[in-house]
Design a protein around this ligand. Structure first.
Ligand code: RET
Length: 246
């Protein structure tokens, strides 16, 4: 038993940098999750649900990283299924964050459903492209459909209802929504790089970034986006606390 455990863990310490990023990713998500749950009591009541959702996002990711790390270590393959189960749970929760923040400025539940619907199209088509057509040239077509849904989310956040509602809100909310919009535009754009690198169809049929590990790219993207998103909301809750009594 100990022998098995050791031989399973050793590759991480040696040169398996893919396994290493799963390992570190798992730890980072756990730590972030503990942080958000404990800090819930340090923010004003109106921000507690937002911080709770940040904690849930990193909790769900921590559990999935625990399994993905194991799966990758024992098979050497991409844990495509766990990856997408994680995303299909956590990305809609990030949409909930946008909704909760802009709700105080009058956001309707329809906006939340619009964001969730677009993110489900983005992820389901991405999953089909990876899990079913990942080794065929046509994978790029699924990536393209997914990309269109992604740009629709970018549009809503930068120019649509999220942006409009934020401009009616206070300066703290305005600033936070702007930062989160940058996360969606730049941070989320990390994912298509992984997809292009890791699928046979590449970019419109062109094979580029072939040497990149899809999992390393996704793991970096997750760490930046899930923890970063949560920290932006935490900073918002903190700054709003200090200005509300002024
Ligand atoms: C915590 C997880 C997050 C924020 C995951 C986000 C995932 C994406 C934005 C994925 C996007 C994709 C494309 C835009 C095209 C290629 C296929 C995907 C699914 C990788």
């Amino acid at each position: 038993m100990h022998q098995n455990l050791l031989s399973a863990i050793l590759p991480i310490a040696n040169n398996n940098y893919v396994a290493f990023t799963f390992f570190v990713g798992c730890m980072a998500m756990m730590a972030a999750c503990v942080f958000f749950f404990f800090e819930m009591s340090n923010v004003e009541k109106k921000w507690r649900t937002s911080i709770l959702v940040s904690g849930l996002i990193t909790f769900i990711a921590a559990v999935h990283y625990y399994y993905m790390r194991d799966y990758n270590l024992s098979t050497g393959e991409s844990p495509v299924f766990f990856r997408y189960v994680d995303w299909i749970l956590t990305v809609p929760l990030m949409c909930v964050e946008f909704y909760l923040i802009t709700k105080k400025a009058g956001a309707k539940i329809g906006l939340l459903w619009q964001l969730i619907f677009a993110s489900i199209i983005m992820l389901v088509t991405g999953y089909i492209g990876e899990a079913i057509y990942g080794k065929e040239t046509q994978s790029w077509i699924w990536g393209l459909i997914s990309g269109i849904a992604y740009f629709y989310i970018v549009y809503i956040v930068w120019f649509g209802d999220v942006a409009k509602l934020a401009s009616n809100a206070g300066p703290a909310v305005q600033k936070a929504v702007k930062t989160l919009a940058w996360f969606v535009l730049v941070g989320w754009a990390i994912y298509p790089i992984g997809y292009i690198a890791g699928t046979a169809g590449g970019l419109f049929g062109m094979r580029i970034w072939e040497g990149l590990s899809m999992d390393v790219v996704y793991n970096i993207g997750d760490a930046i986006n899930k923890i970063g998103f949560g920290l932006v909301i935490y900073a918002l809750a903190q700054s709003d606390k200090s200005t509300s009594n002024a």
